[in-house]
Design a binder for this molecule. Structure first.
Ligand code: DX5
Ligand code: ZN
Length: 249
């Protein structure tokens, strides 16, 4: 069977003490550290001219378009923070990119010391082959993530052919924030995927903890991201160990 990888989500850590938070999680038994990268261009601040900005102001439809250009409504960390953290830890850094143009960050994240590079299928329709090739050529493990509203079939093409991704991240909450409620319906996706791919790394992310791990593990998830349930626990080591034994049993 596939091996359990428990990945505390550093989004729930004290960002001002990232190195010691990482060290603490590794000492508590974490296999990976999950890094939520939410950085994005803003149509209004970034790419567009003053004229287009004026248009954005007058036509609400343009505003809608501009809003949809953010993959999530949050900003967290980017490659400079990964590079700083890398100087303090040898841990596997499992990077989850919630950005609209993942290809733009392959080079800088590999130089920063990222270990896994997981991009979203919703933004990679045209260029995933190039993306996967580049991620692998930089020595990172390519993964694809999908939002709760995206059907599992959408990732199948990325798992077939000569250059497949090596992990699928099934989002069990809407991406953007930690501390949300696990969506049990997503276990159908995990089950379907596990039946088709017995050896694949299947990661679940969002609302995982002692009360939901049983369901996720029995559906076939083996990589478990857990933010608030680990960082909010009295005894994080005990939670990590419970997650791990549940997956491995
Ligand atoms: C949400 C992130 C998650 C988040 C999970 O967009 O992808 O990694 O940190 O946090 P919890 O475990 O608190 O739901
Ligand atoms: Zn994540």
């Amino acid at each position: 069977a596939v091996e359990a990888k428990i990945a505390p989500s550093m989004l729930s850590s004290d960002f001002a003490n990232l190195a010691s938070e990482a060290e603490r999680m590794v000492s508590f038994g974490a296999d990976w550290l999950h890094m939520d990268i939410m950085i994005d261009v803003d149509l209004q601040d970034g790419y567009v001219s003053d004229l287009a900005k004026a248009l954005l102001l007058f036509f609400p439809i343009y505003q809608k378009l501009a809003d949809s250009c953010h993959f999530v409504q949050n900003l967290t960390i980017g490659a400079p923070v990964i590079a700083s953290l890398r100087k303090h830890t040898k841990a596997y850094l499992d990077c989850h990119l919630m950005v609209t143009n993942p290809l733009d960050y392959v080079d800088q994240l590999s130089k920063a010391g990222a270990s896994g590079f997981t991009f979203h299928v919703e933004v990679s329709q045209d260029n995933w082959q190039e993306l996967v090739t580049q991620i692998k050529s930089k020595g990172m493990k390519p993964g694809v993530a999908l939002k709760p509203g995206t059907p599992i079939e959408d990732v199948y093409p990325l798992l077939e052919g000569e250059n497949p991704v090596e992990m699928v991240l099934v989002m069990t909450v809407e991406p953007g924030f930690g501390g949300q409620k696990f969506i049990p319906d997503m276990m159908n996706k995990v089950r379907t995927l596990r039946e088709k791919y017995p050896e694949l790394d299947i990661e679940v992310d969002g609302g995982l903890g002692p009360s939901t791990i049983e369901e996720a593990a029995s559906a076939g998830a083996n990589c478990i991201v857990a933010g608030s349930s680990v960082f909010g626990a009295q005894d994080p080591a005990q939670v990590i160990s419970l997650l791990k034994t549940t997956v491995n049993k």
